[in-house]
Design a protein around this ligand. Structure first.
Ligand code: NAP
Length: 516
C-alpha cells in the first residue's frame, strides 16, 4: 500500500502516528495511507520564505513561466497514470479525470503564455505615472511586488489536480513560494503530481511543498506576509478565517467556498431551440459531471411557471440515458461520490429537500450501479426535486447538496424577480441564464451580477461553442461574494494580485521611471 509522504524542506517525510486510509469509493477498498503527524510545519514555512522566496525572486516572469510550462508538459506526459489514480481514488470517470487534470495543465500553460508577455521584468507596473507636484518632477506610481511570505493552499477534495494548478500558476508567477495541503480523502493525485515535478527537478528549492494529511499546527505558524488560500466548505472557511493566528497577524485570506448556483430560463426560450437545448444539456452536465461535486454546479433551476413540467420531462429524458456505475468502465458516464461521508451528506440533503418539494426524477437517489455489487461503494443517482413556489421554498436557497441533485422551481418570468431569487443564495460563484431577449438580459444580468462572481449567458449563437457554466477558465475571475467566500482567483494577470503587494511609489519622476 502506498504511503503518501509530505514534501517538506526539500525531502519526503512519511510522517508518524496513526494511519488514515484513502479509499476507492467504487469498491470500498483502501488505495493508500497517510500518517500526518510528526512533521515540522513551522520549519517548512520558514524554509519556503527563506529559500523558496529567494529562488523565485531570482527568476524573471518569463523564467517562471518556462517552469510553469514544463510542469504542464510533465503532467500531460503522465496523463494516463494520473487518470487511473483519479478513477481509483476519486471515483472519477475517465472524462471527469480529464476535466480535472487538463484543467490543471491548461491553467498552468495559460499562465506560462502570460508570463512570456511580461518578459524579463520582476515588478508589475499598475497604471501610469501620476504628477504629484506643481511640476512633473514629483511623481507617483503604483507597482506590484511579490509578498515575502509563503502561500498556504488548503484545498477541497473534488479537484485534486486543478485545485493545485489554478492557485499554483498565480502564486508561482507572482513570485510567492507555496505549501499545498490537499484534502486528505483524495490526496493521491495531488501527491503524484508534486512527486512528478519534484523528481523531474522542476521545483527550485522551497518553491512548492506538500503536506499530506491533516493541517495539524500549520496555521499557528502563519505570519503577516503569508497568504492563506482556502477552497472548501463555508463551515471550514469560518474556522480558518477566525483562527487566532490569522486574525492576530492579519494574514491575507482568500476563500473559495460553497455556492447554490442558479440556472435561469427566460420566458422567450423554447426548449426545442438551440438555447433551450443548451439549457437542458448544461443542467444535466452539471448534475452528472464529477457526480455533481463541482463548486460551480447548478443547484437551483428557475423556470417560468408554464415551463416547469416540460423542463422536468426534458431532464428526465436525458438523465435516464446516463449509465451510472463503476467509473473504470467505458460505458459508464457517472461514478460514485468521493467518500462515504459525502454519500451520507447527499442522502441527508435529498431528504431535507424532499420534505419541502415534490418528486421530479430519481426518488431518493438509490440506484443499482453497473458493475458494482449491491451495498458496495458511495453511489447516489441523479435526483430532481421540484416546487411551484421558488420564493417560498427556503431550503433550496440555503442548503448546498454537493452531489447530483437540483431543484427545479417556478418563477413568474420577470427578470427582476429571477435576480431576486438568485440573490436568495446569499452570494454565488456562477449564475447562468438562457435567453435571446436582449431587454430581458439587460434587466437580469446587472442584478444577478451584483450577487455572483460570474454570469454565464447562454444563447443561440454561442450554444455550440460553450464549455458550460461550471468550467473555471483561467482568463476569467473565479470566486463569488457572500456565502461563496468573497474570494477571487484567476482572471488572467488579476490572479497575481492575491500573492503580491501593491505599493505606492512616490519620488523623483526619473528615478521612478528607471525602477519601472
Ligand atoms: P472541507 O471539508 O471544508 O475541507 C476542505 C479542506 O479544508 C480540506 O483540505 C480539509 O482537510 C481542510 N480542513 C478541514 N478542517 C480544517 C481545519 N480545522 N484546519 C485546517 N484545514 C482544515 O471541504 P470539502 O468537503 O473538501 O469540499 C467540498 C466543499 O468545497 C463544498 O462545499 C464545495 O462547494 C466547496 N468547494 C468550493 C470551491 C470554490 O472554488 N469555491 C471549489 C471546490 C469545492 P482534510 O481533508 O484533511 O480534512
Amino acid at each position: 500500500m502506498e504511503i503518501l509522504a509530505s514534501y517538506l524542506a526539500g525531502a519526503w517525510h512519511p510522517g508518524t502516528g496513526p494511519a488514515t486510509s484513502l479509499m476507492n469509493p467504487t469498491t470500498d477498498e483502501p488505495v493508500a495511507t497517510v500518517h500526518g503527524h510528526g512533521l515540522d510545519l513551522g520549519g517548512a514555512l520558514a524554509f519556503a520564505r527563506d529559500r523558496g522566496g529567494a529562488a523565485l525572486g531570482a527568476l524573471t516572469f518569463a523564467e517562471r513561466g518556462e517552469r510553469l510550462a514544463a510542469m504542464a508538459k510533465a503532467m500531460h506526459g503522465a496523463r494516463e497514470e494520473l487518470i487511473a489514480l483519479a478513477v481509483a481514488n476519486g471515483g472519477n470517470t475517465r472524462g471527469d479525470a480529464k476535466f480535472d487534470l487538463d484543467g490543471a495543465s491548461g491553467t498552468l500553460a495559460h499562465y506560462a503564455e502570460l508570463a512570456k508577455g511580461l518578459g524579463d521584468r520582476r515588478v508589475l507596473i499598475d497604471g501610469d505615472a501620476i504628477q504629484l507636484g506643481r511640476t512633473a518632477r514629483l511623481s507617483g506610481q503604483h507597482a506590484w511586488v511579490p509578498r515575502p511570505g509563503v502561500a498556504v493552499f488548503v484545498n477541497a477534495f473534488n479537484f485534486p489536480a486543478w485545485g493545485l494548478g489554478e492557485k499554483l500558476a498565480c502564486a508561482f508567477l507572482a513570485g510567492m513560494p507555496v505549501l499545498c495541503k490537499p484534502a486528505t480523502a483524495t490526496a493521491l493525485v495531488t501527491y503524484r503530481v508534486v512527486k512528478l515535478w519534484a523528481d523531474a527537478g522542476l521545483l527550485p528549492e522551497g518553491t512548492l511543498q506538500l503536506l499530506c494529511g491533516p493541517a495539524g499546527d500549520l496555521l499557528d505558524h502563519l505570519g503577516p506576509f503569508d497568504v492563506l488560500a482556502f477552497t472548501g466548505s463555508s463551515g471550514t472557511a469560518r474556522t480558518l478565517r477566525s483562527h487566532p493566528r490569522v486574525v492576530g497577524e492579519s494574514v491575507r485570506v482568500n476563500i473559495e467556498a460553497d455556492s447554490l448556483n442558479a440556472a435561469v430560463l427566460a420566458p422567450d426560450v423554447d426548449l426545442g431551440s438551440e438555447t433551450g437545448r443548451l439549457f437542458l444539456a448544461d443542467v444535466v452536465r452539471d448534475m452528472t459531471q464529477k457526480t455533481g461535486q463541482k463548486c460551480t454546479a447548478i443547484r437551483r433551476v428557475l423556470v417560468p411557471a408554464d415551463r416547469r413540467a416540460d423542463v422536468i420531462d426534458g431532464l428526465r429524458e436525458r438523465l435516464a440515458t446516463i449509465a451510472i456505475g463503476d467509473p473504470s468502465r467505458d460505458d459508464v458516464r457517472m461514478g460514485p461520490l468521493a467518500t462515504k461521508a459525502q454519500q451520507r451528506d447527499i442522502e441527508a440533503g435529498i431528504a431535507r429537500l424532499a420534505a419541502a418539494t415534490d418528486e421530479g426524477y430519481g426518488g431518493t437517489g438509490a440506484i443499482a450501479p453497473l458493475g458494482v455489487a449491491p451495498g458496495v461503494g458511495c453511489f447516489v443517482g441523479p435526483v430532481v426535486r421540484t416546487t411551484a413556489d421558488a420564493a417560498g421554498c427556503a431550503v433550496m436557497h440555503d442548503h448546498e447538496v454537493f452531489g447530483p441533485v437540483v431543484t427545479v422551481a417556478a418563477y413568474d418570468g420577470d427578470a427582476g424577480a429571477a435576480a431576486r431569487l438568485v440573490a436568495r443564495g446569499h452570494g454565488s460563484l456562477a449564475t447562468s441564464c438562457y435567453s435571446d431577449d436582449k431587454d430581458w438580459l439587460a434587466r437580469f444580468v446587472p442584478a444577478a451580477g451584483a450577487v455572483s462572481g460570474r454570469v454565464y449567458i447562454g444563447s443561440e449563437k454561442m450554444a455550440s461553442l460553450s464549455p458550460g457554466p461550471g468550467t473555471a477558465l483561467p482568463q476569467l475571475q473565479h470566486g463569488g461574494p457572500g456565502r461563496a467566500g468573497d474570494g477571487a482567483e484567476l482572471g488572467g494577470l488579476r490572479g497575481l494580485a492575491l500573492y503580491q503587494q501593491r505599493v505606492a511609489l512616490q519620488g523623483d519622476a526619473t528615478i521612478l521611471k528607471g525602477l519601472a
